[in-house]
Write a protein that binds this ligand. Structure first.
Ligand SMILES: C[S@@+](CC[C@H](N)C(=O)[O-])C[C@H]1O[C@@H](n2cnc3c(N)ncnc32)[C@H](O)[C@@H]1O
Length: 259
């Protein structure tokens, strides 16, 4: 085939590839190849299919958040914590580029943590999600979008605290088996994070990132700044820490609540 024929054939094939891969119109296939999400001939393996689904879903949530935020001179600033290979950042840049209206900056992405309107963390390991929250609070981020990963810290403490008063109640059944300890630790971690965000002036929504077949770490926490700091959330958080013998976490993970 001549090169002009090849280009024509590639252009004709492109819309199909977008549909097959569930990409939005205009999304750069070349970028996905450079990121090694797609192979050179435009195919996906099972792992990259999952990653692409996760990132594309998170992008949609971030895009919705962006539209809800009032415009900001110079565009929006977004920090991605625990960025790994920066798939999210590159694909967000691509999204903002394709939505770009002349004369209006949609946003900037910074690899270095300096400023931020939106803080996101996709599967940032264990307490790295808490670091992202701490960063977002320091920067007074207007929105925080988190898909937490392996929340091991609380589970480890639950294991140590099996002799607590609570452990003598039927509720202790919720984390008697090691697998349940891990799940319960993970659930409790995210509940505490949500209460913390509410106590610091955010309205919190918890939803699913993507279908369960595409990620086992599927919880998505979206926090939008309202400025209304809920005292009741701070009280419930502290009560939960006390019930589960987790008071030691207060200083490190929830410093804004210390009196
Ligand atoms: C599971 S990967 C996710 C990467 C990327 N967000 C994605 O979804 O493709 C977790 C990332 O968090 C980073 N990480 C782990 N602990 C961290 C910490 N304490 N602070 C910042 N990043 C951390 C790791 O280096 C890794 O890049």
């Amino acid at each position: 085939m001549t090169s002009s024929r090849k280009t024509k054939a590639a252009l004709q094939a492109a819309p199909d590839l977008h549909a097959q891969l569930g990409l939005r119109p205009g999304q750069s296939i070349e970028l996905l190849k450079e990121l090694h999400i797609l192979t050179r001939d435009g195919r996906l393996n099972q792992d990259s299919r999952r990653k692409l689904k996760q990132v594309n879903h998170l992008l949609q949530f971030i895009e919705k958040v962006r539209q809800e935020l009032p415009p900001r001179e110079g565009g929006l600033l977004l920090a991605d914590h625990g960025a790994g290979k920066s798939y999210l950042g590159f694909m967000l840049y691509d999204l903002w580029r394709t939505r770009h209206e002349p004369g209006r900056e949609l946003g900037h992405l910074y690899g270095i943590e300096t400023r931020a309107d939106v803080v996101t963390a996709l599967h940032a390991c264990d307490t790295a999600t808490d670091d992202a929250i701490a960063f977002a609070l320091r920067k007074q981020a207007r929105a925080i979008v988190l898909a937490p990963c392996c929340q091991a810290e609380v589970a480890a403490r639950l294991r140590m605290n099996k002799a607590l008063q609570l452990a003598r109640t039927p509720l202790a059944e919720l984390w008697r088996h090691p697998l349940h300890t891990r799940e319960m630790g993970s659930q409790l971690t995210n509940v505490l994070r949500c209460l913390y965000l509410e106590s610091q002036g955010y309205a919190v929504t918890v939803t699913e990132l993507v279908g369960w077949e595409h990620s086992m770490k599927n919880e998505l926490i979206i926090a939008m700044w309202t400025g209304h700091k809920k005292r009741s959330a701070a009280e419930r958080l502290q009560a939960l820490l006390a019930q589960f013998g987790l008071e030691a976490l207060l200083a490190e993970r929830f410093p804004a609540l210390r009196v």
